[in-house]
Design a protein around this ligand. Structure first.
Ligand SMILES: *Cc1c(COP(=O)(O)O)cnc(C)c1O
Length: 421
């Protein structure tokens, strides 16, 4: 459920009309609903009721300061994957003890940044990283709390670019080598081993892969404890999928997921962390775009809009589907038509949908891409020198620009000329 619904013939974001926002900030733009963000965070939080737990929002999904602050004020921790994300989380007021640091390529500088500013734990992904973390912590005279990310070799049955839990993926250490790697970690005095981390992929629409992975984590916990390690925290990753197409079968609910966590891991007495990103932000955001032209091709009609692949890359990168709906609600009984929906960028890949059946729209009319809140604005670029598009946050009947569109001059003046030119 989200808060983007038609009211009296017009699409609303909570209590604000989408057309009003588009008129104020221009198109294309991203619009987020605070109520939807909070609702999704609370669903996860409540799903783990009864377990000692922390929901760490995977902020790479959507990392605007206003989004982070909205979630942080509700009690969310953050899962960060770079020094920049760490600094963003701190700037949004998230204390270090609620920030976990994931990622296969943490640099010594990033590690130092987090050790200085405070960190809940590092999710370590390799032995070389462990050595650097150990040396950095020792040099600073501190000890670094860690979990080790294990790769359980389960098939998440999702798009290849977002599957992370198979042995061919770059993530984590093979679970078959876990005992050996934990034994090494225990000999490094700069590390404080506290738990296990696992994250098998993104946009999972079935709970079965989680069940397999978490059973393996439960077994490993008992094994490591028998080996003499103290395992008090389990970080279970994120990855629960969202319904991108309205008529699709809905993916599992956070409550089903929570029940699975309790069933597979509840008996171990560990503190549980989860790292949802997409399910918190995905349906909490839309991208709004204006139709520029309708162009008739030889065998198809192209809907040319002012949004492009640089603004929302998911269709080009992941073959992702987004519902595209008119901002003005079609009259009942309106006949659907077929469009290839494309942007102005000079790439054939700048295609949002082929032969999409949708209500007719024409030049000057607005369309909304649903479920664009996660991996939307954060993956945007200024390719074709199209300035980054603005982001707007709605809260009931208020809205605020949370990142404005740069002017052409601002975009150009980020470049600097060498003195010889
Ligand atoms: C991307 C990522 C997540 C979040 O995945 P979603 O599919 O957005 O829930 C969580 N943990 C780690 C380590 C990640 O890389």
């Amino acid at each position: 459920m989200d808060h983007f619904l038609y009211r009296d013939g017009a699409l609303f974001a909570e209590d604000v009309s989408v057309a009003t926002i588009a008129a104020a900030v221009g198109t294309p733009c991203y619009i987020y609903s605070a109520a939807t963000l909070l609702r999704h965070f609370r669903l996860f939080d409540e799903a783990l009721d009864g377990l000692d737990h922390l929901v760490c929002y995977a902020m790479k999904a959507a990392s605007n300061q206003a989004i982070l602050k909205t979630l942080a004020q509700a009690g969310a921790g953050m899962d960060v994957v770079s020094g920049g994300e760490y600094m963003r989380a701190k700037a949004a007021g998230v204390p270090g003890e609620r920030i976990v640091f994931s990622g296969v390529g943490k640099t010594a500088a990033e590690i130092r940044l987090a050790l200085e500013g405070g960190i809940r734990q590092f999710n370590v992904e390799s032995e070389p990283e462990m050595e650097v973390l150990n040396a950095t912590a020792l040099a600073m005279g501190v000890s670094a709390p860690i979990t080790i990310r294990v790769n359980p070799d389960v098939d998440a049955k999702t798009h290849a670019k977002i599957a992370t839990g198979k042995s061919e993926n770059k993530f984590g250490i093979p679970i078959s080598r876990a005992r050996e790697v934990y034994a090494l970690a225990a000999t490094l005095p700069g590390l404080d081993v506290i738990g296990i981390d696992v994250h098998i992929g993104s946009q999972l629409t079935d709970l079965a892969p989680y069940e397999l992975a978490y059973q393996k984590v439960a077994e490993l916990t008992e094994q490591l404890r028998a080996d003499g390690h103290t395992i008090t925290r389990l970080d279970l990753g994120g990855g629960l999928g969202i319904p991108y197409a309205r008529d699709n079968q809905a993916p599992p609910l956070p409550s089903d997921y929570g029940a699975l966590v309790k069933r597979t891991l509840g008996h171990l007495g560990c503190e549980i962390e989860i790292e949802p990103g997409r399910l918190i932000a995905g349906n909490a955001g839309i991208m709004v775009s204006e139709v520029i032209y309708v162009k008739s091709g030889e065998d198809r009609d192209f809907l040319i809009i002012d949004g492009a692949m640089n603004d929302l890359i998911r269709p080009a990168m992941y073959d992702a589907y987004h519902d595209i709906i008119p901002v003005r609600e079609p009259a009942p009984g309106t006949e659907q038509v077929k469009f290839d929906v494309v942007g102005p960028v000079c790439e054939s890949g700048d295609t949002f949908a082929k032969q999409r059946v949708m209500p007719p729209v024409g030049p000057g009319e607005l369309v909304a891409f649903r479920s664009a809140g996660a991996y939307g604005a954060v993956m945007s670029s200024e390719y074709n020198s199209r300035p980054l598009i603005p982001e707007v946050l709605v809260n009931k009947d208020q809205f605020a620009v949370i990142r404005r569109r740069p002017t052409f001059d601002e975009m150009i003046n980020r470049d600097t000329l060498p003195e010889w030119l």
